[in-house]
Write a new protein. Structure first.
Length: 408
């Protein structure tokens, strides 16, 4: 009996140690940053679990361990790798520290029209064609797939749907080489058009050449660079991040707001007049963390508020913050609550936020489509941007760290 109780006790002890080890590991993984940015000349305080500390000062990076973390000051820019140890002995992880010059950006919050041209024709799907001979064919089936880009037909560039159709008619029923881009790699396939019942040649491939929409401008830097959306522009049918050939920002006017409800995301409804005189910026890059480019110099002052310091992720606190957005003719601050912070997030869902401002809830019902990119402010600094809404809880959504956008 005693041996049996001893075994049970040892088993419980092992289980307890395993659970404690897992919990300790989880705490370290979620609370110790993998990497962080710091501003040269400024002292940063970073919290750590009580059983962890950083290695002492390295080169020009002065580190002082404290009871609940450490403080860090650098006299020069540079990249450092600082070990974190448990109880000062056991290595836990290395933290990559990037010390940068102090910078300020101007939160915008202004609605913008976004027009982008794809770098090639995006394949949405393939379809069957009823041929002149009475049979049904699918020329593109098992050759191209959703997410591919058609670049050339018979060695000739086809940047528009019109040019692709003209090239198909020229080749007739001949089997020709087709250059496509698939997952970043260019490959060559072959397709043979089918003479359809309307006496035109077709390949049964649905494609898209450009897209447009409304968003919110996040920031403008002191040298005129902009960031917006906080997430990439993807094709609505395939979910593919669009590979851009170019694009522009345009002035836009909000005509109405469709309020969000549980299960039904709302939307800013606006009008984009895409004429040259309304262009305010050139799009240069589309990434999963936002759309980036350069503002027209004459438009900068109309899309900027005052320049603010950038709040790094280690400065962000749960609790009260603000989003800044122009939804009714002038940009205003609306109160929100930061509910969760993922300090090691590398995607566009770094924070969970909740709209608490009664004015905004009355106006929109929460976060709606078109508000993506609205800057998030806390303690007088810009810290992030709104990216997504939780469809079943329109008053809640996600935000991305501003430092993550600026690093793109």
């Amino acid at each position: 009996m005693i041996k049996r109780l001893r075994r049970i006790f040892i088993l419980f002890l092992i289980v307890d140690l395993c659970v404690a080890g897992y919990l300790m590991y989880h705490i370290m993984e979620t609370s110790i940053p993998d990497s962080l940015y710091a501003v040269v000349g400024e002292t940063e305080h970073i919290e750590l679990p009580f059983f962890c500390d950083m290695a002492e000062s390295k080169e020009t990076l002065q580190i002082t361990n404290k009871e609940n973390g450490y403080s860090m000051t650098s006299g020069d820019t540079g990249n450092y790798q600082i070990p974190v140890k448990m109880f000062g002995l056991l290595p836990v992880k290395n933290v990559d520290v990037h010390v940068i010059e102090k910078m300020k950006v101007a939160p915008s919050g202004e609605p913008i029209g976004i027009y982008v041209e794809t770098n090639g024709l995006l394949v949405l799907d393939t379809a069957e064609i009823e041929a002149k001979d009475g049979l049904t064919y699918e020329p593109g089936g098992n050759i191209v797939k959703s997410g591919d880009y058609i670049l050339k037909w018979n060695h000739k560039a086809v940047p528009t749907i019109k040019q692709l159709n003209e090239a198909i008619q020229e080749s007739g029923k001949e089997k020709v080489p087709v250059t496509i881009r698939r997952e970043g790699e260019e490959i060559e396939v072959a397709m043979r058009p089918i003479l359809a019942t309307d006496r035109t040649y077709k390949i049964g491939v649905w494609v898209r050449e450009d897209t447009q929409g409304i968003g919110t401008l996040t920031y403008v830097t002191e040298d005129g660079k902009f960031g917006t959306l906080g997430h990439g522009i993807t094709d609505e049918d395939t979910g593919t991040l669009l590979n851009l050939h170019g694009g522009e920002l345009y002035k836009t006017k909000i005509l109405g707001i469709m309020k969000g409800t549980s299960g039904e995301p709302g939307e800013l409804q606006g009008y984009i007049n895409m004429v040259a005189t309304n262009e305010i910026g050139k799009i240069q890059k589309n990434t999963s963390l936002g759309v980036f480019g350069e503002m027209e110099k004459t438009s900068i002052k109309n899309y900027c508020s005052e320049y603010l310091s950038v709040g790094m992720k280690q400065e962000i606190q749960k609790g009260e913050a603000w989003i800044y957005a122009n939804l009714d003719g002038s940009a205003k601050k609306y109160k929100i609550e930061i509910e969760q912070i993922d300090i090691n997030s590398t995607d566009n869902k770094s924070m969970i936020i909740r709209i608490t401002d009664s004015r905004l809830l009355k106006l929109t019902g929460g976060i709606v489509q078109g508000m993506s990119g609205s800057p998030i402010l806390q303690n007088g600094k810009i810290i992030g941007a709104v990216t997504h809404v939780l469809v079943d809880e329109p008053e809640r959504g996600y935000g991305v760290f501003i430092e993550t956008m600026l690093a793109q």
